[in-house]
Ligand binder design. Sequence first.
Ligand code: IVH
Length: 726
Amino acid sequence: MASIEGKSCRAVGPVECRSTGQVPALNWNWRIVVWRDLPNLCAMTFAEAQRRHVRLAEELRQHDHAYYVMATPTLSDVEYDRLYRELLDLETAHPELTAADSPSQRVGGAALTAFQPVRHSVPMMSLDNTYSPDEVRAFVARVQKGLPGEALAWTVEPKVDGVAVTLRYEQGVFTVGATRGDGTTGDDITANLRTLRSLPLQIWRGFAPAVPAVLEVRGEVFLPVAGFKKLNAEREAAGEEPFVNPRNSAAGSLKQLDPKLVAERPLALVVYGIGVVEGIPGPSTQRELLALLTSFGFPTPERVWTASSADEILDRIAELDAVRRRFAYETDGAVVKLDSLRQRELLGATAKAPRWAMAFKYAAEQAETRLNAITIQVGRTGALTPVAELEPVFVGGSTVGRATLHNEDEIRRKDIRVGDRVVIEKAGEVIPAVVRVVVERRNGSEVEFAFPTVCPECGTPATRERTAAGDGVVWRCGNPDCPAKIRGRIEHWCSRGAMDIEGGGEVLVAQLVTAGMVRDVADLYRLRRDELSALERMGEKSADNFLEGIRVSRGRDLWRLIFGLGILHVGAGVAKALARAFPDLDELSRATAPELTGIDDVGAVIAASVEAWFGDPSNRDLIARLRAAGLQFNSSTYTPADAVPSGPLVGKTVVLTGTLPSLTREEAAAWIERLGGRVSSSVSKKTHYVLAGTDAGSKLEKAQTLGVTVLDEAAFRALVGTSGNP
Ligand code: IVH
């Protein structure tokens, strides 16, 4: 009989209640059990459990609202976790308590293979937009002409630069969420949207007069600027292409097929409109609409202005411009809307956009300057990134002397030549970019840029690769000993997010590499005080500090070490997941790709990258030298109890059919799951094994048609060897 402690362990057998010693009646099909602080669960009647569940769910919902919508936390993290865990325990013991709007249902859906189409009952239109105050005046005049004699009132709202979504609530419960798509049909991204903690899974009943039978809410999903910066830093550290701006990162996140990955991104929501409303009297103005949505628990724009003339609208647009950079989301304009919904109805819409609203876009700050040169930066992963070296120019609040040109395709597409006059742009968190060439100012002296086919650092031929995201092409230096890569790897190892070695910044690392003192991270652990203090600009005190930083790093947690190794696609989050699953580096280094794929957050691309890295003899040698240098290879954060099972069936799907000679169906299923496998009821191309006994019927036939490996009990026992017992 096993008893498990710790977070998210897989169930391995009946577990007794710590306080009463009884074995609760549980459904053995569940895969994850949280089994700590079980409050007399088995002694609770179902009715008691149900009452407690309602209470807990409500408290957690209130906290989510306070924290994620109102930004005023009401519970400490520890207290929140305690309540959440209690809720999960109750749901484990009584699966029937798990309703779609339970706070436990934010993450949990399986990864999808494709998004399903959703037809919008009210089309999601776009907005006419303009950069010109005169066009705003013309718009107001047009509306007045369409509503002769009527008094007009307007609202001015931030135009949130995110991804438009529609959210459907039935009887107050979130049922479907979709993207805009072509305006008529979008993608069903419900599972991804559920992970947004500012999105109410049920309409807030606290202040609401009545809950509508149907309500469709329209708004925007965004990645807050702080989250965007963090995500990009992680992507770069993992050798992945950074997102160009917060909007792209939100769109990219919502397109993930696996909701677990979406849950890791701190996406947020803001809403500003409605589609279908049934069962309650609808609002009559935009102001009422926003107040109603706020009372239902939705996050609405923090400021909305009102105006009654074109002049006032333009003043409000200027006021919004002065404060919009303080918002958590980026704004690219103001949306001017007629306040009265009755008047909107009278005006109607064109094929594309309503006649009662218009977007005023703030121009991104641009400046013209000369492109003096294009240089190539070689990153830690060997990627060759072209950089525009510019005549310094003040734009978007700072002086810009360099701008990324992303890759070779980008230079071609924009026909950028050295010596060109170029327009550069900087808006919000966007990395300064070259928007276009001022072709009229060419005088014939401009030179087309020949993208190097060899690494400018070491002269090794570079190879052309598609990016992992498939959105472009990168040239990569193939020399593992390229000095730029060596510098990058050592800087990364020393960086704060990895081994956090004080003093190990760009300048010192370059000195160490140039002087030939360090060729890989293991060499750091052999540095002597006398050779260090002999370096230029290195005093004895700095040398001592650096050596102390190196000494301390020997004991850093395993996940930092794994992250520090700089394995392609292994960011800090993945490094933690790996350390949790394999709290010992030697075990991790022996793990096969299928075993790695069994770990949450680790997909096939990451697994292949990790397996390949540890399979490389020079990396094995590096690990041996790090061990000799006294680095800690065991995690001090994670223990073997945190590990997911590893074994011959991790990541494998098995179908059972027929009668086995010595195992019951339940025994076989439990054994397979204990070894990390998944039992499925139907045979498909994705099935790895069919375990067949006597009287096996159509499943066996299907396996044979599809070429799936069929095992009898003896073959199965041979495959799994002595791993676990039935
Ligand atoms: S109202 C009938 N209000 O901008 C269309 N849209 O460029 C009503 N957007 O498709 C849209 N902030 O995705 C509205 N405060 C706001 C908005 C907003 C951002 C988006 C929306 C729209 C796009 C048009």
